[in-house]
Design a protein around this ligand. Structure first.
Ligand code: NAD
Length: 377
């Protein structure tokens, strides 16, 4: 089988779906050829020569990939034009967000193609090696702290110097899922005093084990919904947590928000009147910007300023660390592909496999209904 890697076409996207070291692995496992579009890995520091050395075949155009590959690997879902160039029986593995991209899924189905969404891989223990959402959330949390420190005018760590004693910066992280925990760990490593908040009390120990303080409200409501994911909280709980955040806003220098509820718009937790009590030069990073934002003053995709506070609403944080995110994504997608094509066995789709069934979106043109989501451990 021939695997193809086109250059990503989404504006500003710097990741690539497969790195040269994973080209070596696919060829060793019996794939006949790996086609890579010239320049596909350049923005992630994987030059064409590295792909050629790994045994890949470089091609001039994306259309050559879509015309010749049996399996196409991508980071972002295809553009409408790319989907239109799919062939019957061709297989695509990429991020797809099928619930939000119904016309695109229909286009893929119209082409009689098969597709898998990396963002639909069930989050069960066995599938952790394929879990690109967690890989990307981990990077987003790390990069959020670096982006904040880039526009923050002081050190994050405290220091005693001949020129004076510098207090450590205080960071509040709202939402302690994968991205939030990564932000907490990064800010701690940089020497900040860190506080974490989440509606799921189950994460308290994880927050504390990273050396941060877990802050709580005086209202007992467990935010763990079906399968351990977050559920929407009562109006009373949201009011209580916002009161807590208003008090915190006066004290902390950096707020990183990551609060999300699957399938719902992000809860608005940081209001303009909270920003007004923050110290000049403070920074907010809104990792929920793509889903509508946790902060009232967020401008999606931009660095905004409101009353001397900078608000970062970038939605491309993994792409801003392109080598790392490509490496992890490539490992996830390679392992997922190999799970369907173990050595010496033909590529085959087994719908009885919970992970395959969870991720498949179309099969030879048929749109499969989404599989029920299993419970995370
Ligand atoms: P997410 O990105 O969907 O959400 C981020 C966090 O926001 C969650 O922790 C959520 O509780 C929190 N949140 C929601 N509303 C909030 C509010 N009003 N105030 C404060 N915080 C709020 O989360 P995620 O990183 O995708 O993790 C979700 C679940 O999936 C967790 O239970 C996690 O352990 C689990 N998970 C399992 C695996 C696996 O086993 N393979 C992998 C990743 C995640």
């Amino acid at each position: 089988l021939v695997v193809g890697i086109p250059k990503e076409t989404f504006p500003g996207e710097r990741r690539v779906a497969l790195t040269p070291s994973n080209v070596v692995i696919l060829l060793k496992k019996g794939f006949k050829q790996v086609l890579v579009e010239q320049g596909a890995g350049a923005a992630a520091e994987f030059p064409d020569a590295a792909y050629a050395n790994a045994g890949a075949t470089l091609v001039d155009t994306a259309s050559a990939i879509w015309a010749r590959a049996d399996i196409v690997l991508k980071v972002r879902g295809p553009s409408a034009q790319e989907a239109d160039s799919m062939r019957p029986d061709q297989t695509l593995i990429s991020m797809l967000q099928p619930a939000q991209n119904k016309p695109l899924v229909q286009k893929i189905a119209d082409r009689k193609a098969t597709s898998f969404a990396m963002d639909m891989i069930p989050r069960i223990s066995r599938a952790q090696v394929f879990d690109a959402l967690s890989s990307m959330a981990n990077i987003a949390g790390y990069k959020a702290v670096l982006e904040a420190s880039n526009v923050f005018g002081r050190f994050l760590t405290g220091q005693v110097t001949a020129a004076g004693k510098i207090p450590p910066c205080k960071v509040l992280v709202i939402g302690a899922g994968v991205a939030g925990l990564s932000a907490i760990a990064t800010a701690r490593r940089m020497g900040a005093i860190v506080r974490g908040f989440d509606t799921r009390p189950a994460v308290r120990e994880q927050v504390q084990s990273l050396g941060a303080e877990f802050i709580e409200v005086d209202l007992h409501e467990d935010g763990s919904g079906a399968g351990g994911y977050a559920k929407e909280m009562s109006k009373e709980f949201i009011e209580a947590e916002m009161k807590l955040f208003k008090a915190q806003a006066k004290e902390v220098d950096i707020i990183i928000t990551t609060a999300l509820i699957p399938g719902k718009p992000a809860p608005k937790l940081i209001t303009k009147d909270m920003i007004e009590v923050m110290k000049p030069g403070s920074v907010i990073v809104d990792l929920a910007a793509e889903a509508g934002g946790n902060c009232e003053a967020t401008k999606k995709g931009e660095l905004a300023t409101y009353k001397d506070v900078k608000i970062i609403g970038y939605t491309d944080l993994p792409s801003r660390l392109p080598t790392q995110s490509s490496t992890l994504y490539s490992n996830n997608i390679t392992k997922f592909l190999l799970s369907m094509a173990p050595k010496d066995k033909e590529f085959g789709i087994d719908l009885a496999d919970e992970v395959v069934r969870g991720a498949i979106v179309t099969q030879k043109g048929e749109i499969l209904p989404p599989a029920p989501r299993p419970a995370p451990p």
